[in-house]
Design a protein around this ligand. Structure first.
Ligand SMILES: [Zn+2]
Length: 941
């Protein structure tokens, strides 16, 4: 039996590709409306008359070559075709032939001469649409002669076979969507070919999605499998008898709640791994049921889903990750997620909160045993469980019957000593502090009352600590300094470290010396102590002098300058090395090789930046006790505070990332008060800050402080030059007692030397002050910054107008509002009033003679005498501009002295002769006459 077959594609395809959609539709409808009349057929030539919708008549001819099976002519009399396009009339004829006279075009090719000159089609939507459109009519025509319909799993097409004429058969390939759409056009009750499986099932919708289930082999592994889920409407019944109910499978909604009655839904899950071929663009075909339409949202959004692998496996922490991140994303993309009921119960990812802490003090000093527990809505569990999961298994989640608990960063960030059997954690005081900060309220502490009290506040701790009495100490601590010392001792005893951030003028140095003395006292019985004090170069001498004066037993040693290595060898005995940040950086290898008993960082804001080498050097130091001193309220500079704490107690505030996420960003950008309180709780025990106002009632009226500095190299050479050229000839004269004292010359030389110690640019004309360096000016900058940081107003006196100007320039440059008063100032009253009343004006610079009398500067609480007057009473009078009636704060007075210069000598002279001079308030030169010949010789040497 001869079986002829052809594919519709070849010829129709060609024509379709060269036509507009409209022309093709028109051709189809012409054929269906029976507008194609064959008028002539001679062997290989067919002539037809085609009437268009307006009943215009065209002649269409098709001729093939008898042997080469090539169509030679394919033409129409219409205007379109004459212009070189295929037309709807040609389409109508070919469709007609394909259905009525397939033999004629069977196996034919389109010859070159039959091709249209131009194609009207801009974009081809491919052959599918064509087959679909063509097929509707074909199917309609042949539906009663169909002999076989096969669903081809390889192509996902239907192979349709029909009988034509005597024993001949045609075969079509149809896409799922095309066939389904055709079926859909049939009347509701009729089924195609009487076969139930070729019908469109109503009351059902197919969705693209995922089926999530536990892998049987391990319960810490889930699989998300690509599926199509078919949900049937509730009233779907016997008509679709083969639909199985799947009571265990439920649909996940984005809220993960079960309030919707999922059970009522009948869902059938079809894994796509071996069934993807069943899926068209709009329909899925199920062999024993029929066609089910895909949900509208899925029809256009399925690209990503299609590209995904059939199965994704998630293990361990990836499981909650799937629930928390991937699943919501899929739901958002309108993909459905189905799962088994048992797994659904565990899909929640919960952040538990610290619930209560059972606290017991243990034998070891400073160590505590705790039983903290965490709680969620449904579960309460020991914190140790979370720790074990995090530390032993490096996991971020803990699986429970009610979901996955997200292990708090806090637990992951810290190292824990724990006992998995007793659920106890052993921690030092800091650990208690961190837990306490997190629970928010001490009500959560249960257990030993004593232990609770101990953790409550540092005051209670300090009351309990029997701070040692300092033996043979010259330190006379004021009561608030004693409190600070108690606190420091408490820190030391508990192996903690601290930040002492008292306001300038409260006496941080004294408190530091007290704790060092106490440590030395304790250790001296067993072995010596090694202390390291690091400070800015400008206060190195100050530290040395203070220790020598008040705590000489600490044996201060300046570790500075070229001969410093000598000291380091000696310091095995009791010694306190004083060094600068510069030397720390240079000698870090040496300095970090020691185990220090205490390291003090003075002006700790010098190391606030953790990117600097100095900071990293400081962090390498090993010490039993670390203390940072600063007058800056660090709360305004959180990242700097963090860095200082990282130096003191690494890890206490967490990693930088943790700190940024939990504190820096919420506090700085969102003004999150809760986080601010939390941070305070964390740092509170390790930080002490008192302002002058707080301790006001106990403050003395006036604190005087001598601050020392050194000449810079350029100052030294200038100074020596003046001594050599001017002072030496004078000295020679002076030593001959017969000669009268050349006061004027002496005065001039002394003036020059004083000016050099102030700033080289006072004697070198025409230079920008920034081009020369002065040790004293650097010291001033440090004091100024500390004072400004603590929010106090400052008055600075100098004898030299040029110096006044330099200081004013400097203040302006660093953005500090500043006023000045010299002999030429006209509106004294106005300027003074502004300084007194305007809170923004921080600094008042005055020449000693102009500002030393008759004005009121009580809004300031710090006085700096940049250079020394010959006479203490003149200085005191100037100081009294600030320290007078109306002053509510204590006043701190700084007097700056350059070591190794005549300023030191003047200082001694003032001490010696203060009684003699107290009555004189005259000019320098006059005053000089009160000095003896020997005094003057000493000054000039
Ligand atoms: Zn035509």
């Amino acid at each position: 039996m001869a079986q002829s077959s052809f594919t519709l594609n070849k010829i129709l395809d060609f024509i379709y590709q060269h036509l507009t959609e409209e022309d093709w539709e028109e051709g189809l409808s012409l054929k269906q409306a029976d507008k194609v009349h064959i008028i002539n057929q001679y062997q290989n030539l067919i002539m037809a008359r085609v009437y268009d919708s307006r009943q215009e008549e065209y002649e269409v001819r098709i001729k093939s070559h008898p042997s080469s099976k090539v169509i030679q002519w394919l033409e129409c009399t219409c205007h379109e075709n004459r212009k070189g396009y295929f037309c709807s009339h040609i389409a109508a004829l070919v469709i007609h032939l394909s259905q009525e006279n397939h033999k004629f075009i069977e196996g034919l090719e389109i010859g070159t001469s039959a091709k249209p000159i131009k194609s009207k089609k801009v974009k081809s939507t491919g052959a599918v649409q064509k087959v679909e459109n063509a097929s509707f009519s074909i199917l309609e025509k042949i539906k009663n002669s169909i002999t076989k319909i096969d669903f081809n799993k390889k192509t996902g097409h239907f192979d349709i076979e029909s009988k034509v004429g005597l024993g001949a058969k045609n075969r079509f390939e149809l896409e799922i969507d095309v066939f389904a759409r055709y079926i859909g056009t049939l009347t509701k009750d009729s089924t195609f070919q009487g076969k139930k499986k070729y019908r469109v099932i109503e009351h059902a919708t197919a969705h693209l999605g995922w089926f999530v289930y536990e892998n049987n082999r391990s319960n810490e592994e889930i699989i998300a499998e690509k599926v199509v889920g078919i949900s049937y409407e509730e009233n779907t019944t016997a008509d679709y008898e083969k639909i199985k109910e799947s009571p265990d499978i439920i649909e996940v909604n984005s809220e993960l709640d079960q309030t919707t009655d999922l059970k009522a839904k009948k869902i059938q899950i079809i894994a796509m791994e071996k069934n993807l071929y069943r899926l068209g663009k709009d329909y899925i075909y199920l062999a024993d049921k029929g066609f089910i339409v895909l949900a509208k949202t899925d029809q256009s959004k399925s690209l990503k889903w299609k590209a995904a692998p059939y199965k994704d496996t998630y293990k361990d922490d990836r499981i909650p990750h799937y629930f928390e991140k991937i699943m919501p994303y899929e739901l958002e993309q309108n993909k459905k997620v189905w799962t088994n009921k048992s797994l659904f119960e565990q899909m929640k990812v919960i952040s538990p909160s610290l619930h209560k802490i059972n606290l017991k003090k243990t034998k070891n000093e400073g160590w505590f045993n705790l039983c903290p527990s965490y709680k969620t809505d449904s579960v309460e569990l020991p914190m140790v469980d979370l720790i074990v999961q995090s530390q032993t298994h490096q996991r971020s989640y803990l699986k429970t019957a009610k979901g996955w608990l997200k292990i708090p960063d806090f637990i992951k960030e810290n190292q824990w000593n724990y006992n998995a059997e007793t659920n106890e954690i052993s921690t030092d005081f800091l650990g208690v502090i961190r837990l306490q900060a997190l629970t928010g309220d001490l009500d959560n502490y249960v257990g030993s009352i004593k232990a609770i009290q101990m953790s409550r506040s540092k005051e209670e701790f300090s009351k309990r600590t029997n701070t040692p009495k300092l033996q043979d100490s010259k330190l006379k601590l004021r009561s608030y300094q004693k409190e600070g010392y108690d606190w420091l001792w408490w820190l030391y005893q508990n192996e903690l470290h601290g930040l002492l951030a008292d306001d300038m003028g409260i006496g941080k140095t004294h408190q530091a010396m007290a704790i060092l003395s106490a440590i030395q006292q304790e250790k001296i019985k067993t072995r010596g102590t090694r202390f390291l004090i690091i400070c800015p170069t400008t206060v190195l001498d100050h530290w040395f002098d203070q220790i020598e004066k008040f705590a000489p037993k600490l044996s201060p040693l300046k570790y500075h300058g070229n001969k410093r290595f000598h000291h380091l060898k000696e310091q095995d005995k009791n010694a306190s090395l004083i060094t600068s940040y510069g030397i720390l950086l240079r000698d870090i290898r040496e300095l970090s090789s020691y185990q220090w008993d205490a390291v003090i960082l003075d002006e700790a804001h010098y190391v606030k930046n953790n990117k600097t080498n100095t900071y990293n050097a400081a962090c390498q130091l090993k010490s039993r006790f670390k203390l940072c001193l600063t007058g800056t309220p660090m709360e305004n500079h959180l990242s700097e505070l963090k860095n200082i704490f990282d130096f003191l107690v690494p890890g206490h505030l967490g990693s930088n990332k943790y700190f940024k996420k939990n504190f820096l960003t919420p506090i700085n950008q969102e003004q999150n008060v809760e986080k601010q309180v939390l941070l305070q709780k964390l740092i509170y025990p390790l930080k002490l800050r008192r302002t002058k106002n707080e301790v006001l009632k106990e403050l003395p009226e006036k604190i005087e402080d001598l601050r020392y500095c050194s000449l810079t190299t350029e100052q030294v050479s200038l100074y020596k030059q003046v001594l050599k050229q001017k002072a030496r000839p004078l000295l020679e004269k002076l030593e001959q007692n017969s000669e009268p004292i050349p006061y004027l010359h002496v005065f001039t030389v002394l003036q020059m030397l004083k000016q050099i110690t102030n700033h080289p640019s006072l004697v070198v004309d025409g230079e920008n002050y920034k081009e020369k360096k002065s040790g004293k000016f650097e010291l001033l900058k440090d004091i100024l910054r500390e004072a400004l940081d603590s929010g106090q107003k400052i008055v600075i006196f100098s004898q030299y107008v040029k110096m006044v100007k330099i200081i004013v320039d400097y203040c302006t440059e660093i953005g500090v509002e500043c006023l000045s008063l010299t002999g030429t100032t006209t509106e004294r009253g106005k300027i003074v009033k502004k300084f007194q009343e305007d809170a923004n004006v921080k600094v008042f610079v005055s020449s000693l003679l102009a500002g030393g009398m008759g004005i009121d500067l009580t809004s300031a609480s710090i006085v700096i005498h940049y250079d020394r007057w010959w006479n203490a009473s003149k200085e005191n009078q100037a100081t009294d501009r600030v320290h007078r009636i109306g002053q509510k704060k204590s006043v701190q007075v700084f007097k700056l002295i350059t070591k190794g210069t005549l300023e030191e000598k003047i200082n001694k002279l003032i001490d010696k002769k203060s009684d003699t001079f107290s009555q004189f308030l005259e000019h320098d030169q006059k005053l000089l006459k009160k000095f003896s010949r020997q005094d003057i010789i000493e000054l000039l040497q």
